[in-house]
Design a binder for this molecule. Structure first.
Ligand SMILES: NC(=O)c1ccc[n+]([C@@H]2O[C@H](COP(=O)([O-])OP(=O)(O)OC[C@H]3O[C@@H](n4cnc5c(N)ncnc54)[C@H](OP(=O)(O)O)[C@@H]3O)[C@@H](O)[C@H]2O)c1
Length: 323
């Protein structure tokens, strides 16, 4: 079967190999899923670089998000049937034709969710929901709170802008490019400002949800956050951590990280099912829809990864392992 493999850490375009792998039978408690579509997310590529080398075992098949159809069932599996459409989560491995996963880590996919929505219904929607929960835990009501979202031009950034506006927050999206600012002005509620490493917008915020890190995050912590505010980091698109000096200079703010992986491995199945139910609802209303730039056959992984690295990319890329 068509698969991918990372045998050494490095630049994803150099080290993710297309391979012909052996299809194995599911063991007791496991199912085999024929993957229909998988997403390419920044979080798929970060472990490939070796950024989390302490908790990443080589070799591995990348891909944390996608959906497929159950094709074979191991002994003692009673909750799934051949032909069920499922979202397999809990580990990487979606960038291949067939995936073996414990049945307990496969979640039902409703019939009315389209293929592209199904391929993007997990990582960003569930993380966005958890980020809102974290803010609620800090502030109680978000009504009237001034909340900044960095990398607002990203797929999850747009979801956060909409969710926060729905909570009555006074939302500001921070983007690095005019192009995104123009696009978001018509797509999401709230105000959009330009901001990056060399240009920090003048803002006064109660909370910042950050996926950029580096100098922008440091400056926002020091100059934009009101006393008693919250800073939640959930990404580092700049490739640079949030400067420790900035955090130490603001003992009055609450700084925290949020990783979906940590929540998923501690939440328990009912809580994950409830989060998926909210994701599907949000997909039906458009709240969680991701713009899809292109679907690549897995056999054209090189082109997909080159497109992913292009700063001009305009939407999510998906991989079809069936071709
Ligand atoms: N902690 C978690 O569990 C978790 C879960 C989901 C996502 N995330 C993180 O969320 C971030 C976004 O993910 P996504 O799937 O939404 O990505 P995406 O849709 O691929 O977003 C890419 C966009 O982010 C913006 N961007 C990229 N680098 C930037 C930079 N250095 N400064 C400012 N903006 C930058 C660009 O927007 P422009 O077009 O405006 O340039 C780019 O188009 C990633 O860091 C990802 O790892 C974390």
């Amino acid at each position: 079967m068509r698969s991918t493999l990372v045998s050494q850490f490095g630049d994803p375009r150099q080290v993710i190999a297309l391979v012909d792998a052996e299809r194995v039978a599911p063991a007791a408690g496991e199912v085999e899923v024929a993957v229909s579509l998988a997403a390419i997310n920044p979080s798929d590529l970060i472990p490939v670089t070796g950024a989390y080398s302490a908790r990443t075992t080589l070799p591995f098949v990348p891909g944390f998000e996608g959906f497929g159809t159950v094709t074979r069932i191991g002994a003692s599996v009673t909750t799934l049937n051949v032909g069920d459409r499922v979202i397999p989560i809990g580990a990487s491995g979606l960038w291949q034709e067939y995936l073996i996963r414990p049945a307990e880590w496969c979640f039902d996919l409703p019939e009315d969710i389209s293929e592209t929505d199904a391929a993007t219904c997990y990582v960003n929607p569930l993380t966005a929901l958890q980020l809102i929960e974290a803010l609620r835990a800090h502030f109680g009501s978000l009504d009237g709170r001034r909340i900044g979202v960095t990398a607002a031009g990203s797929a999850i950034g747009g979801m956060l802008m909409k969710l926060l506006a729905g909570e009555g927050a006074d939302v500001t999206g921070i983007v690095r490019s005019e192009r995104s600012a123009e696009r978001l002005a018509t797509e999401v509620p709230g105000r959009i400002v330009l901001g990056g490493e060399s240009h920090v917008p003048q803002l006064r915020l109660d909370a910042i949800i950050d996926a950029v890190g580096g100098a922008l995050a440091g400056d926002l912590i020091q100059h934009a956050l009101a006393p008693g505010g919250a800073f939640i980091q959930y990404g580092a698109l700049s490739g640079v951590p949030v400067p420790q000096a900035a955090i130490q200079a603001r003992p009055d703010i609450r700084f925290s990280f949020l990783w979906l992986r940590t929540w998923v491995h501690s939440a328990g199945r009912p809580a994950i099912e409830a989060a998926f139910a909210k994701s599907f609802e949000g997909l039906r209303t458009g709240l969680f829809s991701s713009r899809i730039a292109e679907i690549y056959p897995l056999s054209r992984l090189d082109a997909a990864l080159a497109h992913q690295a292009d700063p001009g990319r305009d939407g999510k890329l998906l991989i079809d392992p069936r071709c």
